[in-house]
Design a protein around this ligand. Structure first.
Ligand SMILES: [Zn+2]
Length: 320
């Protein structure tokens, strides 16, 4: 999916790079001391309803459509299935059509439920047109299968739609399935087109306006999971959610060490001044290769992310 800010910065002046590095270092140290002050949240943990096995079923269903490239019939059919699932689970569904390219139709799918301040859980459902990070040059014009990069985040959101006790969150929960996230560096395209459109047109989506928090879930399914703090993500919100993970015994997989700064679907929210984070494992070796397939995923990885988000939300989503 996305380019790193470091890659972007290599195109800018050295002075600017240094300033940004200092800013990141300052933010990181402030965040670190903030975490020490914050302490471990102790939340009551009721029965966890999130089923990682069911999340895997949702991954396999998405994979059965083939690559979900924006504007293709596979994308359309898979999106129709998502809408049907959300309707069946009693969510209100909005479709937000947009044109990522002049001759390509994309659409974001949004579901909402509950009342109170808004929390957006987001994931991209499109898959990248080309596997340009594949080690074999012969594979680099083939599409990414997108088991982790695409299907994993959507599976977490769908399983949340099935199991979350929305009333106990004291929030309006908006599930945002973004299209056209993953085609940057391809002529005519850019990254994060769906989430950009979503943030630019939030006033169209009355129930999801002015989100208190936005949490993006992307590439969380790697069997060898390592979830680091993504340094463009709000540090204190990361700490609050990572603290729940630690309480559930997942501290080994949720680290507050800084990972690679990334451009992802949280970026438009941050740029618009909202509090947003990206839960992502960017250590996935099959990123943007034809090997991004279901066999690389681990059911426990889904369990850790799903249970953490469920417990955090059902305790009223404590945070900054
Ligand atoms: Zn990607």
């Amino acid at each position: 999916m996305f380019l790193t800010n470091w890659q972007r910065l290599t195109n800018t002046t050295k002075t600017f790079r240094t300033e940004i590095t200092l800013l990141v270092a300052l933010a990181a140290s402030a965040g670190f001391f903030g975490y020490l002050g914050y302490g471990l949240l102790e939340l009551p943990v009721g029965p966890v309803s999130f089923s990682a096995d069911q999340a895997m079923v949702y991954v396999e269903k998405q994979m059965s459509y083939g690559p979900r490239i924006t504007g293709t019939s596979a994308s359309r059919e898979m999106g129709d299935w998502v809408v049907q699932e959300l309707n069946d689970k009693g969510w209100n569904v909005l479709i937000q059509p947009f044109r990522p390219l002049e001759d390509v139709e994309g659409r974001n799918i949004i579901a909402y439920k509950g009342s109170g301040p808004v929390i957006i859980l987001g994931a991209h459902y499109d898959t990248r047109i080309i596997s340009d990070h594949d080690p074999d040059p012969a594979n680099r014009d083939k599409p990414v299968p997108g088991a982790n990069d695409g299907a994993s985040g959507v599976a977490v959101l769908l399983e949340m739609a099935r199991t979350l006790d929305v009333a106990s969150t004291d929030h309006t929960i908006c599930l945002a399935f973004f299209d056209a996230e993953d085609n940057g560096y391809i002529p005519g395209w850019d990254w994060i087109l769906g989430s950009r459109y979503f943030v630019e047109n939030l006033d169209e989506l009355g129930q999801c306006q002015s989100p208190r928090y936005t949490v993006i879930v992307d590439m969380i399914g790697d069997a060898d999971q390592e979830l680091l703090w993504e340094p463009n993500s709000d540090r204190r919100l990361t700490e609050a959610i990572w603290s729940v993970a630690a309480q559930l015994g997942y501290g080994e997989w949720f680290s507050l060490e800084p990972g690679t700064p990334l451009l992802d679907d949280h970026t438009p929210f941050i740029e618009a001044g909202y509090t947003a984070i990206d839960i992502i494992d960017f250590t996935y070796p099959y990123w943007h290769t034809i090997e991004d397939t279901t066999d690389k995923l681990g059911v426990e990885s889904f369990e850790r992310v799903g249970a953490t988000l469920e417990v955090w939300l059902e305790n009223g989503a404590p945070g900054p």
